[in-house]
Design a binder for this molecule. Sequence first.
Ligand code: COA
Length: 325
Amino acid sequence: MNNVTIAGIGAYVPSLVVTNEKISEFVDTNNDWIVERTGITERRISEGENTSDISIEAAKIALERAGVKAEDLDLIIVATISPDMFIPSVACIMQSKLNAGKAACFDISVACSGFLYGLEIANSMMKSMNYKNALVVGAEVLSKVMDWSDRGTCILFGDGGGAAVLKNEPSDSKGIIKSYLRSDGAKGEALTIGAADFNTPFTKEPQLKDRIIKMNGREVFKFATNAIVESVNEILKDTGVSLDEIKYIVPHQANYRIIKSAANKLGIDEERWYLNLDRFGNTSAGSVPIVLNEMYEKNLINKGDKFILVAFGGGLTYAATLVEW
Ligand code: COA
C-alpha cells in the first residue's frame, strides 16, 4: 500500500550568530533576563540571504538525502510569513533555481504552524493527485520584519529554514499518520505583521501599515500552552497511539517556558521534548524542520520511530502531526 513518508530532511541557517549580549547593545535587555524568560542564548540573522536562498540550500540537502532529483518533484509548498516578495512565491523562485520544471508551486501563510499545515496539504494532494514526490519547506527571514527597537520581540526570533522531501510509494513506514489542524482567527490581533498600505486614489482614509512584528506576549504565551496540550491530546485520542509509542515530541521552538508548562500539563517528561531554541530562537515556520534535521544528523531518528510534531503561532493557528519515520 502507498504511504506518504518523509524520505529526506535538510536545513540551513545563516552563518551570523547574534548573541543576547549583542542584542543588549541596542535594546535595554540582558542575557540573564532573556535566558530566564525564554531559554534563548543566540540566534542566526541573515546579512542578505533571502527566504528563497535559505529554502534552496535546505532543499538541496533534503533532495540529496531522499535520492530525489528536483526535476522529479510534482509539488513544492513553502510555508513562510517572510517571503522574498508577494509574487512570485518563494516556491516558484525555488522551482526556477532548482530546475523543478513539472512541480505545482505555492506558498502558504500559517506563521509558525506552517510547516505542519504544509505537510498535511502535501500528504492530501499527493494522495488525491497521485503525485510521487513533493517538497515541503518552512523558512523565514523574520529579521526583515523585526522592530529592532522593541525588546519584547527582537530577542525572540531568528532566521533559517528546513525542508522535507515526501515520497508517495509502497512503504513499511506509515509516514504521515494523522494531522490535527486548527485556527483561532478571533485572537489574530495578538500577533501581527502589516502588509501593503491601502492608499489608492479611491480610498476614503489611507491605511498605512506597520510592516513589523507586533505581539502581545502574555496573550500568545497562554494561547500557546493550551494549543500544545489540546493538539497533542487530540492526536493521541484520534489515532489511539499511546504516549509510550512516541519517541519524541518535536515542538515549535518559541520559548522554553511554554514547552515546560505544556509538558507539565500533559505529564510528559521534559527529556522527551527535543529543544534547540537556545541556539536558534524562534524561526517560525523554520523551527520544526530545523529540529528534525538536527535530530536526523544526531542519529536520533531511526526507521519506525514515531514522533508528534506540534506547533502554534500567528493567525492564531496551531497544529499537531503524528509521523512514523
Ligand atoms: N529584557 C528585559 N526586560 C524585559 C524585556 C527584555 N527583553 N522584555 C520585557 N521586559 C520587561 C517588561 O517591560 C516588564 O517590565 P515591567 O514589569 O517593569 O513592566 C517585565 O519585563 C515583564 O514583562 P512581561 O511581558 O510580563 O514578560 P514575560 O514574562 O511575559 O516575558 C515574553 C515576555 C515575550 C518573553 C513572553 O511573554 C513570551 O515568550 N510570550 C510568548 C511569545 C511567543 O512565543 N511568540 C511567538 C509565538 S509563535
